[in-house]
Design a protein around this ligand. Structure first.
Ligand code: IFM
Length: 445
């Protein structure tokens, strides 16, 4: 039996475009993900987030569900294009009202609200003006942060600026597999720099508006050298710098990691860093969120991953339905390593979970033993990290509901609650029952 520290937060994480639906209601206008999902060939089966889990209309039922599971916190993202439909200009009152109602519903049930500002859904209007590669987007983001903090700063405890910014910068602007689907590594590195600058400035703005705890959630995917060859060791270092060093070194150390900086320079892909940028990016934060799912083996390959030049190989480990290698101890190692390198004041696992397809049985029961084992082993790893001195304060399982899983549409299911796509009926899976026991007792049986 492993007991977690008093006050440890157990919750789930979601994202606006993945669950809300109601894409044309309440003054919301398209985000880059609406555009991308409606572009033929981008998403499996042509799925979109138009309806998703209809959470916009069913948020109260969903909050009640969390409460019935004994969950103490909920990490959600605000839809940027719901709050700022035109990217700039006055905030949309109906958009703010929705998050106001959601936050109050959480507080009424004693659930701590944790709000993420940017879970990838930039207003299309901003992309039309240049998107993240354009420095003006930084100001638009800060304006959006201010609008939300002005309304909810007194009630939302945890504020996160960006979720997994590398996905936006590299998948969105570098290799083009995610919205907005641009293929240009110079644009990608500019996007990354502006994401970082927007983070730093938003931290300062949120702080001035009294937001209680402010943080940031990059994704950490440890890349290990696949062989003893020195070039593969270097490739693994570049991969780690690309995915998380690039997004953590500036925030905590005020500089970019050297190896990748040199590679970007060789390829003519350096961002334009202006005087004072690195100081702004380094604005102190209260917590670091880590999203952890998997590890990869790595070999040197100049033709893959742009200037970073590496290729991922699957290690000999069990895999989820996304083909992601399952390595629970990697979570412990990651938390320990990130804590050693960056010394954040507090840490949360802001996402961790697995896609396994376990449809309802004839009697309606949804039994997902592989997810139960996945969660159990990762919770144990998190406990190991706490024992090793990591200041871990909470854990957000990805995710509450089977949702719109980006390029896979509804073909991958990460939820601890099954959602019937025709009826929107929610059915608690056995993993949710397992999670309920952990959350209610604060121990891992
Ligand atoms: O669904 C995503 C989430 O939006 C960001 N992190 C990874 C999850 C699983 O793919």
């Amino acid at each position: 039996m492993r007991t977690f520290p008093d006050g440890f937060l157990w919750g789930t994480a979601t994202a606006a475009y993945q669950i809300e639906g109601a894409v044309a209601e309440g003054g919301r206008k398209p985000s880059v993900w609406d555009t991308f999902a409606h572009t033929p060939g981008r998403i499996e089966n042509g799925y979109t987030g138009d309806v998703a889990c209809d959470h916009y209309h069913r948020y109260d039922e969903d909050v009640e569900l969390m409460s019935s599971l004994g969950l103490g916190a909920y990490r959600f993202s605000a839809g940027w294009s719901r709050v700022m439909p035109d990217g700039v200009g006055p905030a949309n009152p109906a958009g703010l009202d929705f998050y106001d109602r959601l936050v109050d519903a959480l507080l009424e049930r004693g659930i701590v609200p944790a709000l993420t500002l940017n879970h990838w859904d930039m207003p299309q209007a901003l992309q039309d003006r240049g998107g993240w590669p354009d420095r003006a987007t930084v100001d638009a983001f800060v304006e959006y942060a201010r609008a939300l903090a002005g309304r909810l700063g007194d009630r939302v405890r945890l504020w996160t600026t960006h979720n997994e910014p590398w996905v936006i910068a590299y998948n969105g602007y570098g290799e083009g597999s995610m919205a907005p689907g641009v293929r240009d590594w110079k644009a990608a590195s500019r996007a990354a720099h502006h994401l970082l600058l927007a983070h730093g400035r938003a931290v300062t703005a949120l702080r001035a508006l009294g937001a209680p705890e402010i943080g940031y959630s990059p994704c950490v995917i440890p890349h290990r050298p696949a062989t003893d060859r020195p070039e593969d060791a270097l490739a693994a270092r570049r991969a780690n710098e690309l995915i998380y060093g690039w997004f953590l070194d500036p925030v905590f150390h005020g500089r970019y990691p050297r190896l990748l900086w040199d590679r970007f320079a060789e390829h003519g892909c350096l961002p334009d860093v202006e005087d004072g940028d690195m100081d702004e990016i380094r604005a102190p934060i209260d917590f670091l969120g880590v999203n952890y799912y998997m590890v990869f083996d790595t070999v040197d390959d100049p033709d893959e991953n742009g200037p970073a030049g590496f290729r991922e190989l699957l290690p000999p480990l069990p895999r989820t339905d996304c083909d992601w290698p399952v390595h629970p101890d990697g979570l412990r190692e990651t938390l320990v390593e990130i804590n050693r390198e960056y010394r954040p004041k507090a840490m949360y696992v802001t996402e961790n979970g697995a896609s396994y397809d376990d449809p309802p049985r004839a009697n309606g029961v949804v039994d997902d033993p592989r997810r139960v084992e996945f969660l159990r082993s990762h919770f144990a790893a998190a406990h190991g990290a706490i024992e090793a001195g990591v200041p871990l304060r909470g854990y957000f399982v990805w995710t509450l509901l089977d949702n719109f899983e980006w390029i896979w549409g509804y073909n991958r299911t990460f939820g601890i609650v099954h959602v019937d796509r025709d009826t929107q009926r929610r059915t608690v899976k056995s993993s949710a029952r397992f999670y309920e026991r952990v959350a209610r007792t604060n121990t891992l049986p």
